[in-house]
Design a binder for this molecule. Structure first.
Ligand code: KIV
Ligand code: ZN
Length: 536
């Protein structure tokens, strides 16, 4: 059996079905290009029948993105398959993915009308017929056909085998067996693959695929269990986004197979060093933050705060690390300084930064550090410099603070903003005005004037995090410097204020990174770069 597992990325289709995750066509094309860098085998670009924007997104990706197979989803219905086929037209490597529900619950709900038959056996016969017809029609557009049995996880194994055998007979080349509702345990899911392989001999000529949802938190474990049982394609999404609790997280399945290769004996073609960047891109495009403790791509995934862990890792990295941050494109900061850090972690960071401390000062300095760590969630390199230089207060202040903001919007006039920004470096309040196409544009121009900058945003997104007219708006912005992205985020019921604060937050993150960068050049290659530069 093949020792390669194809990664089928469905971030742009199932991932985008996550409530509130919709992306623009432009963002989808950017993500698709990033998936090429990642070396995904298949990109499911959308569900063309569902809306003109979905159709256009698939067509744009087909035009712009070369390398992976580009796939479009279609129910086992004539119009769906035509829409999918047309959206893929002109593409070099294209796939139609057609599906139909096979569990009794779904058949009852979706094919309840008598025109599909009066009894369950009659309805099942119709499901098989529709599956056959959809695959036949799809083959008039491409030879690469994937067929899925929706809610396979709750489908009777005998019937599952019957539908799958029919789809293969009509020419399906990949058979996807989804756990649509995230119901299966790993053992059950693996048994289903075993039953299908045993019950349908023709499966040896096709690729079997997993598609798992995370309702019980089993999506990754189920995907891996299916691989053990013979699956050679995993359908997954970046950051695990998707319907309800999401899909199997691409970064997790890829690294599980790689790090525990001796267990599974298979690997993927994914360029894992692009995982962190891809995760950030999807987070920004969807407005879904990546939790700090998220496996592989969370900003804490490779950092150690507890003193005992820091001590261990400084001596020997593999005491607490099973893979290296660099393997997945994360920065190699091993030691996060915070409330739980011990003396050892603290002084070794100072040493690596080239900051010398006399023994006689060590106790006082450590006490100051502990006090600072109680007030601040995380201590950055710039904070440590202030500490050692005897300026602990500066360490808690950020680089910029928005002290005042006023915005005037009147019909027929350009919106105008006035800001007052406190700059720690300049030690003064900077005031400025700006006008713009809209109030947010005016605010950003005013902040730029105040700071003497002409910076442009890479992206701006806003989403509501509560309900009603007094809803809290969460603004996420991204700015760029020397190839690195810096994210800023803020929440407020006043979305203009949230927009201003998010921009200031991004500028603070950039300045923190800059001061850390200066330290890096100062001490040469002894220091590890800051996590802030990574933009989680
Ligand atoms: O979860 C599911 O069953 C799906 C199918 C369309 C493959 O997303
Ligand atoms: Zn799904």
């Amino acid at each position: 059996m093949k020792d390669k597992v194809t990664i089928f990325d469905t971030t742009l289709r199932d991932g985008e079905q996550a409530p509130g995750a919709s992306m623009t066509i432009h963002e989808k094309v950017r993500i698709a290009r990033q998936l090429v860098k990642l070396n995904a085998g298949v990109i499911e670009a959308g569900f063309p029948i569902s809306s003109p924007a979905q159709f256009e997104a698939v067509a744009s990706i087909v035009r712009d993105v070369q390398g992976p197979v580009i796939c479009a989803l279609a129910r086992a219905l004539e119009n769906d398959v035509h829409a999918a086929g047309k959206s893929l037209s002109g593409g070099e490597r294209t796939r139609i993915h057609t599906f139909i529900a096979t569990s009794d619950i779904h058949i009852d709900a979706k094919f309840g009308s008598d025109r599909y038959g009066k009894t369950l056996p009659e309805k099942r016969r119709n499901v098989v017929r529709m599956a056959r017809e959809a695959v036949q029609l799809a083959r008039t557009y491409t030879d690469d056909i994937e067929f899925s049995t929706e809610d396979a996880g709750r489908t009777d194994h005998g019937f599952l085998c019957e539908v799958i055998a029919a789809a293969i007979e009509e020419g399906a080349t990949t058979i996807n067996i989804p756990d649509t509702t995230g119901y299966c345990t790993p053992t059950e899911y693996a048994r289903m693959f075993e039953a299908v392989r045993k019950g349908v001999r023709s499966t040896k000529n096709v690729v079997l695929s997993t598609h798992c949802h995370d309702d019980l938190g089993f999506a990754v474990a189920n995907s891996i269990a299916a691989v053990r049982a013979g699956a050679r394609q995993i359908e997954c999404t970046i950051n695990g986004i998707g319907e309800r609790a999401g899909n199997a997280a691409l970064e997790e399945v890829v690294m599980a197979l790689r790090v525990r290769h001796e267990q599974f004996g298979v690997d993927t073609d994914i360029e894992a060093t692009h995982l962190a960047e891809t995760s950030r891109m999807v987070s920004v495009a969807t407005g879904f933050p990546v939790p700090p403790n998220k496996a592989i791509v969370g900003r804490n995934a490779f950092s150690h705060e507890a003193g005992i862990h820091q001590h261990g890792v400084l001596k020997r990295r593999d005491t607490y690390e099973i893979m290296q941050a660099e393997d997945v494109g994360q920065t190699s900061e091993q030691i996060r300084l915070g409330r739980h850090s011990g003396r050892h972690g603290f002084f070794s960071r100072l040493k690596r930064m080239g900051l010398h401390v006399d023994d006689s000062r060590k106790d006082t300095l450590y006490q100051l550090f502990v006090r600072l760590a109680d007030r601040k969630k995380e201590i950055h390199d710039a904070d440590l410099i202030h500490l050692v230089q005897g300026n602990a207060e500066h360490a808690v202040l950020q680089h910029y603070r928005l002290d005042n903001l006023s915005v005037t919007v009147a019909t027929g006039k350009r919106p105008k903003a006035e800001v007052e920004v406190f700059s720690v470096a300049a030690e003064k309040r900077l005031t400025a005005q700006g006008t713009g196409d809209g109030p947010v544009d005016a605010v950003y121009r005013a902040i730029n004037h105040a700071l003497g900058s002409s910076r442009k945003l890479e992206s701006y997104s806003i989403r509501s995090v509560s309900e009603g007219t007094g809803a809290i708006g969460e603004v996420t912005v991204l700015i760029r410097e020397s190839g690195a992205f810096f994210r800023g985020q803020a929440q407020n019921t006043d979305v203009i204020r949230a927009s201003a604060d998010a921009y200031i937050d991004a500028l603070n993150n950039l300045e923190t990174w800059r001061s850390d960068e200066e330290n890096m050049t100062f001490v040469g290659n002894g220091i590890m770069s800051s996590f802030e530069g990574g933009v989680a």
